[in-house]
Design a protein around this ligand. Sequence first.
Ligand SMILES: Nc1ncnc2c1ncn2[C@@H]1O[C@H](COP(=O)(O)OP(=O)(O)OP(=O)(O)O)[C@@H](O)[C@H]1O
Ligand SMILES: [Mg+2]
Length: 344
Amino acid sequence: MTIILGLESSCDETAAAIVRSDRTVLSHALAGQEDHHRAFGGVVPEIAARAHSELMMPLVETALADAGMTLDDVDAIAATAGPGLIGGVMVGLVTAKALAMAAGKPLIAVNHLEGHALSPRLVDADLDFPYLLLLVSGGHCQLLRVNGVGYYDRLATTIDDAVGEAFDKTAKILGLGFPGGPAVERAAQNGDAKNVPLPRPLKGADEPHFSFAGLKSAVVRAHDTGQYRIEDIAASFQQAVVECLADRLTYTLDRIDPPGALVVAGGVAANMQIRGMLESLAEKRGMRFVAPPLWLCTDNGAMIAWAGAERFAAGHTDGLDFVARPRWPLDPDAAPARGAGVKA
Ligand SMILES: Nc1ncnc2c1ncn2[C@@H]1O[C@H](COP(=O)(O)OP(=O)(O)OP(=O)(O)O)[C@@H](O)[C@H]1O
Ligand SMILES: [Mg+2]
């Protein structure tokens, strides 16, 4: 049984957690930075990096104290080493290197996306490889076949915006505040999804990829007319996202030999309407549907500690010279999707 300390700092959540290889979360400490960024309507990288450097060590101390441990009790120290806002990533990675060096423990450099991708296995011991993963977060929208730790086939990606980005921008346009995803979901509960005509980008297209930029622009135009209720725009937007995701997933499912489970991960996986659609899609296909609990969907330290535990079990550790990576695709061999602003 191994015990891993995991640090996360790739965006605007600072987090430290201690996880045991038998899937026990011994502690998890997290500090959001919403108050630092709210005035700007989005995450400011420089402010985020400074906040991470103030918050990280106190959170590590909290995680150790909550688990009743010292650094001597952990077997390895994992940290997000990319992709993400590079200043923040460097804070977490350098902290982990310093702790690893001081305590004489191995370092595990974790791909943040692998943290999201493996997070469902932390809470579901029966989720075996391979599985089909819809990774929907603030920076990504990808469909991946997860073959094993470190082995991913990217089947589809967004050709422009990430789905979480579309939620955040929609919230900003509608004046719903920050962070945007939960605010749009809340507003949508009181809206009519049929009231605002919005496009379904790439629906029916003969390619597997996603697109959300046109939807975002259509939200701007609908809002500018002044003729629609905010709640109706939010509901119509969310409905359009759900239909696009369902259509694109169906395209791929029709063309592959689907594995036994459909899994969703990343911050947008917290959205109940998206979960509901995925659950019924999986049921129709005879696939098991697995979604992590909400606290494990958005960025957190436990998913990094767990990915660290999985990598450690597979024999992977990293040198103290590991360099933080702003971009780090899970499937480096995937052909680039068409379009400008292609996400990794
Ligand atoms: N209930 C929800 N409905 C829709 N979107 C949501 C919901 N809750 C959170 N989100 C979105 O999830 C995103 C945050 O997820 P996460 O923390 O995984 O992203 P990130 O770490 O910023 O990006 P990445 O993981 O791609 O680097 C934000 O865009 C947020 O608006
Ligand atoms: Mg994330």
